[in-house]
Ligand binder design. Structure first.
Ligand code: 5GP
Ligand code: ZN
Length: 119
């Protein structure tokens, strides 16, 4: 059923604490933690506690939860003092775009110059 925990999902295991992570923020509906392989001085992932395979599925099934993820991305940026120089919020969607974990997540990237268009 949409939103239910998946036993084989890495990020569901981070939500339950079965897999450790460096958590920087938590709300009733979201968890934010540092990426294990950071691509910028600040690289934080924001996930909904509930499991949806990607951002579009999340937004279609639970738009308020999608908004929670986006709001938390902004709070992470503020906490990490990224706003003055700008930052990027990325949802890789599909393996062809680099998605490797199929539990919706926002990458919050900042603390260095960011090229446009992204690679
Ligand atoms: P994707 O490639 O799906 O857009 O993003 C998945 C992200 O999860 C990658 O940036 C990867 O480095 C990160 N990641 C993979 N495994 C772990 C883990 O066990 N812990 C943490 N904190 N991040 C992980
Ligand atoms: Zn999951």
């Amino acid at each position: 059923m949409a939103g239910e925990p998946q036993t084989d999902c890495l990020f569901c295991k981070i939500v339950t604490g079965d897999v450790p992570a460096t958590i920087v923020r938590e709300t009733d509906t979201t968890v934010a933690f540092r990426d294990i392989n950071p691509q910028a001085p600040t690289h934080v992932l924001v996930i909904p506690r509930a499991h949806y395979p990607d951002a579009a599925a999340l937004a279609a099934a639970a738009p308020e939860l999608a908004a929670d993820v986006l709001r938390e991305a902004g709070e992470v940026a503020a906490d990490e003092k990224l706003e003055a120089h700008g930052y990027r919020v990325v949802f890789n969607t599909g393996s062809g775009a680099g998605q490797t974990v199929f539990h919706a997540h926002a990458h919050v990237l900042g603390g260095r110059g960011l090229q446009w268009p992204p690679g």
